[in-house]
Design a protein around this ligand. Structure first.
Ligand code: FE2
Length: 350
């Protein structure tokens, strides 16, 4: 590859001598006798090295200009007299070498070769830096794309998950039309209660578990005989025991779906009583999952205020007095207080 050198000197003679020597050594040369001509020619050609006189052409200004615009282009400064301060100054400003006239031919060519090597090194470094930053940028871009794909996949899954809950919850209603909308109302009222339990500091994820669990709490009714679910007269003891199995059946139905595992205690325990008198395990107080204690109140309230095959709906007032009667025995008193005190029962009468 041709190596082009720019010679800047106001003295025609000096330029001529340098040009001859350089061309003999195999270089191509261009010349400029002042700053203006230098800037113009720098635009036209790519140079390997610039050789620049200091004194008469404003060499320091030219050096600054070149270092600003063409960072890797080496500049060898020439001067007619020895001045250590100027030498230090030009080296600080980025010159690769400083030669004093008269210039020895060998010294000059060695300095030139060193300058070319210096440029090559700088360019290689720059190339490595660019490649690294390109690779880094690509890696970052790739991980951003990956993250957004994952996020999308997460939302799809979440949606699919929720659709599955709705489908399962719909299956209960198909089996027991008297409970139409029951699970939805219970889930929404439960969420309202849970949001008031500020000391629990529930995360969005925990609220989702509650919502999901509340929608599925009666899923076990799928395993209860239609004849019993739709019976219009009072249930016999045996029939009632059969109905009482639905929390355990529900837990068994949901267990194979691993992502719903956090909702299992809620499904199993939603008929436990705060005083230990409920089923299926006879758990007491805080032994009962907080979510099961939460849904127990709106579950009972919504059941009472809806028509059932064996009875008409109770009025809201009557249902509320029943809830109050169960405060501390059937229900967690704190949940009852929120449900009634904050009028939560009034929100979702669909
Ligand atoms: Fe139930």
């Amino acid at each position: 590859m041709e190596k082009r050198i720019l010679i800047i000197d106001d003295d025609d003679n000096v330029r001529k001598i340098l040009q001859v020597q350089l061309e003999k050594a195999g270089y191509i040369t261009n010349e400029a006798k002042d700053a203006e001509a230098t800037y113009k020619i720098l635009e036209e050609y790519l140079f390997e090295v610039v050789i620049c006189d200091i004194k008469n052409v404003g060499g320091i200004k030219i050096l600054e200009y070149i270092k600003e615009k063409y960072e890797t282009l080496p500049v060898i400064m020439l001067t007619g007299y020895v001045d250590i301060n100027t030498a230090v100054e030009v080296m600080k400003k980025g010159a690769v070498d400083y030669l004093t006239k008269p210039i020895k031919k060998d010294e000059f060519l060695i300095s030139l070769e060193r300058a070319i090597q210096h440029k090559k090194l700088l360019e290689e470094e720059e190339e490595v830096r660019k490649t690294m930053s390109r690779e880094f940028e690509e890696a970052v871009k790739e991980s951003i794309e990956r993250a957004s794909e994952l996020e999308q996949a997460y939302y799809y899954l979440k949606q699919a998950n929720f659709d599955m809950v709705k489908a399962l919850s719909g299956a209960i209603e198909a089996k027991d039309p008297f409970t139409k909308g029951h699970s939805y109302r219970v889930s929404q009222l439960s969420l309202e209660i849970a949001r008031k339990l500020t000391f629990l500091n529930l995360s969005g994820e925990q609220l989702e578990i509650l919502e999901r669990g509340a929608l599925l709490h009666d899923i076990g009714k799928i395993g209860v005989k239609d004849a019993i679910l739709n019976k219009t007269s009072r249930l016999t003891g045996k029939e009632y025991s059969h109905v009482k199995r639905h929390p355990v059946i529900g837990e068994e139905i949901i267990r194979p779906i691993e992502i719903f595992h956090p909702a299992l205690p809620l499904i199993r325990s939603h008929h436990e009583y705060f005083n230990g008198g409920g089923y299926p395990d006879g758990l007491k107080g805080r032994e009962i999952s907080i979510f099961a204690r939460v849904i127990a109140v709106p579950d009972a309230f919504d059941a009472m205020t809806s028509d059932r095959p064996y009875r008409k709906a109770l009025t809201v007032e009557d249902a509320l007095s029943e809830i109050k009667r169960g405060r501390g025995s059937q229900f967690d008193p704190q949940i009852v207080d929120i449900f009634i005190g904050d009028n939560i029962y009034d929100r979702y009468m669909i």
